[in-house]
Design a protein around this ligand. Structure first.
Ligand code: F0G
Length: 450
């Protein structure tokens, strides 16, 4: 029998209550938070879709691993478990634990980049960009043109424009490019996957010119599953085999284990380069910790060692990707404009098309996110003009789905709330800023209705 219902491939052993609130309560809490959902208390949120990072639920195996954590300062058994699990999938020679993804980025770029260099990526995530720029290098996004059009349904919108990469190398010379990166899946570009063909093409160009090629691996398992579903020749391969092939094309990776590591904290940096590894490990000791724990507790290493393997489980990935697509397809069937096709970890609503009467200067994304909270206690995040100011390419509202946390009925509730807001979209008003910090203003900005 072909099964149509999406079911969670797990049962629930421990529950965490979430609290409903009245509309009047939410009105006053929203005012107190100055219409910025970052300033809400998490207890006042019913369904929290702010991020899929560090917000997942761990399995019974992970919790058991936590009890087995070896907290020795040096040479712990948990590090051996961590290293062998990561090498089994990622295949790199050196594995350095870090407290989260951006710590791996900082160490990588401080070791490899200098002022005047250029680092190409399909799309840099904001911490990745900031860490490249902090060294004085330029972070250059070379996403394919299809990836920038919200309703374009190209299956691998995360791909890099390889002709643009080749042209860049010809123009500035390989000496100015200390490394090239691919972010899988492409978070800032809508959670869209990168194909194996594109990964191979980028790898081939980099190898031809002797440029190291790294992968920002945060959502590697979701990317592997999209390759299985959409790319010719991969239907019969397991997500693990696909991930292994993907990483065999690279020289190293950075990873936030708060995503497809299925852990609440953690990350790592990998490389095949012995000399680089030595310098990176020296920096690791300076700020993260001894190389066999790198800013994590032994128990965290165990949680990640088990989590990266669980993220590749076929039943889990099927549920994960279908559940996100279900949310995207349900709202888009009713006309809600979203980035198509639905991504792996999140649905991105096109707030500019949702609220065409709210000008960009009045932050349509923030206004829509505030309305979703008011209507149903849902917390999403604006990725648009408040976050990126003049550099914003789109006005999006991201609904990021924590891993293994919410059930299908929670997703149905989210659909219901979004469709209610869609029905009365014409009444939604824009916002104006009353306070902004000099940088990363979206975290602390204060706003009020115009
Ligand atoms: N790279 C990508 C593609 C990311 O999405 C993130 C984090 C990082 C690197 C940094 O990892 O948070 O562990 O330091 N993204 C989160 C998000 C914060 O909400 O998308 P980190």
């Amino acid at each position: 029998m072909p099964v149509k219902t999406i079911y969670e491939p797990f049962r629930i052993k421990s529950v965490e209550p979430i609290r409903g609130t009245t509309r009047a309560e939410r009105e006053s809490m929203l005012r107190e938070a100055h219409y910025n959902l970052f300033l809400l208390k998490a207890d006042d949120v019913l369904i929290d879709l702010l991020t899929d990072s560090g917000t997942g639920a761990m399995s019974t195996h992970q919790w058991a691993g936590i009890m087995e954590g070896d907290e020795s300062y040096a040479g712990s058994r948990s590090f051996q478990n961590f290293k062998s699990s990561i090498q089994d999938i990622f295949g790199f020679k050196h594995v350095m634990p870090t407290h989260q993804g951006r710590a791996a980025e900082r160490i990588l770029f401080q070791t490899m980049c200098k002022a005047g260099d250029i680092v190409p990526n399909n799309t840099h995530f904001d911490t990745t960009r900031a860490n490249v720029e902090f060294t004085g290098a330029e972070a250059l996004d070379l996403q394919i043109p299809e990836g920038k059009i919200p309703d374009n349904r190209y299956p691998f919108k995360g791909n890099m424009d390889v002709a643009a990469l080749e042209a860049l190398i010809q123009k500035v010379g390989k000496e100015k490019i200390p490394l090239a990166m691919l972010t899988v899946t492409n978070n800032s570009g809508g959670g869209q996957p990168v194909s194996m063909e594109n990964t191979r093409a980028v790898s081939t160009i980099c190898r031809k010119h002797g440029i190291p090629f790294y992968i920002d691996a945060c959502r590697f398992a979701e990317n592997a599953y999209f390759i299985k579903l959409r790319e010719a020749g991969y239907a019969d391969k397991t997500p693990k085999e696909i991930a292994q092939e993907m990483f065999s094309l690279a020289d190293g990776c950075t990873m936030s284990a708060k995503k497809d590591g299925m852990a609440n904290i953690g990350g790592f940096l990998c490389t095949n380069d012995d000399r680089l590894a030595q310098r990176e490990s020296d920096l690791l000791i300076l700020t993260e910790g001894y190389p066999t724990y790198g800013g994590l507790a032994g128990r965290d290493l165990e949680a990640v060692a088990i989590g990266v393997q669980e993220a590749l489980d076929i039943d889990y990935l099927k549920y994960r990707i279908s559940s996100t697509a279900y949310l995207g397809n349900k709202i888009s069937e009713h006309g809600v404009p979203i980035v198509q096709p639905p991504g792996g970890h999140a649905i991105y609503i096109d707030a500019k098309a949702f609220l065409p009467h709210v000008p960009v200067e009045q932050f349509p994304g923030v206004a829509l996110a505030a309305e979703l909270y008011l209507e149903g206690g849902i917390r999403a995040v604006e990725i648009g003009s408040l976050m990126f100011a003049a550099a914003a390419k789109m006005e999006l509202v991201r609904l990021a789905i924590p891993r293994r946390v919410y059930t299908q009925s929670h997703i149905d509730y989210v659909v219901e709330v979004i469709l209610d807001v869609w029905e009365r979209r014409e009444q939604i008003k824009g916002l104006k800023l009353t306070y902004e910090a000099p940088f990363l203003r979206h975290f602390t900005a204060k706003l009020e209705p115009v």
